[in-house]
Ligand binder design. Sequence first.
Ligand SMILES: Cc1cc2nc3c(=O)[nH]c(=O)nc-3n(C[C@H](O)[C@H](O)[C@H](O)COP(=O)(O)O)c2cc1C
Length: 140
Amino acid sequence: MSKVAVVYWSGTGNTQMMAESVAAGAQAQGAEVSMFVPAEFTADMVAGFDGIAFGCPAMGSEVLEEGEFEPMFAGVEGALSGKKVGLFGSYGWGDGQWMRDWQDRVAADGAMLVSDGVVANAAPDGSALADCEALGKALA
Ligand SMILES: Cc1cc2nc3c(=O)[nH]c(=O)nc-3n(C[C@H](O)[C@H](O)[C@H](O)COP(=O)(O)O)c2cc1C
């Protein structure tokens, strides 16, 4: 059974809804899924998972959330080389620049992105949640 981690930050619940669909997709594919908030996930845990989904909304000015998510992610990205990774998150008024920058960053880390990052404008609709499930399946 493959092991999948879903590591996410969500201020108002939109990215959390996406995280739950990613987890459901991975579970449907037979994976053992663990969900974490940033304070619970560290670089030494990366090796214990076959695939990792990271979720964070666009914050600041088109950046990852800086109080909890960014410090966690900066700490783990050195361990992502060769790892199957998926990205997802919600945004508001922007055009998704934070996700394009994040994908470039993860690619530079040497991770294997299983798909384009899944984005949702505000609360995810059925289509975005289906994309999240597909992301979870691809990671499993
Ligand atoms: C402090 C703050 C900064 C934000 N910055 C951006 C931004 O740069 N670009 C954007 O598209 N949305 C931005 N947003 C909107 C959020 O990404 C959007 O509300 C998202 O749905 C929040 O997801 P969550 O419910 O998972 O916290 C910002 C929201 C807040 C509160």
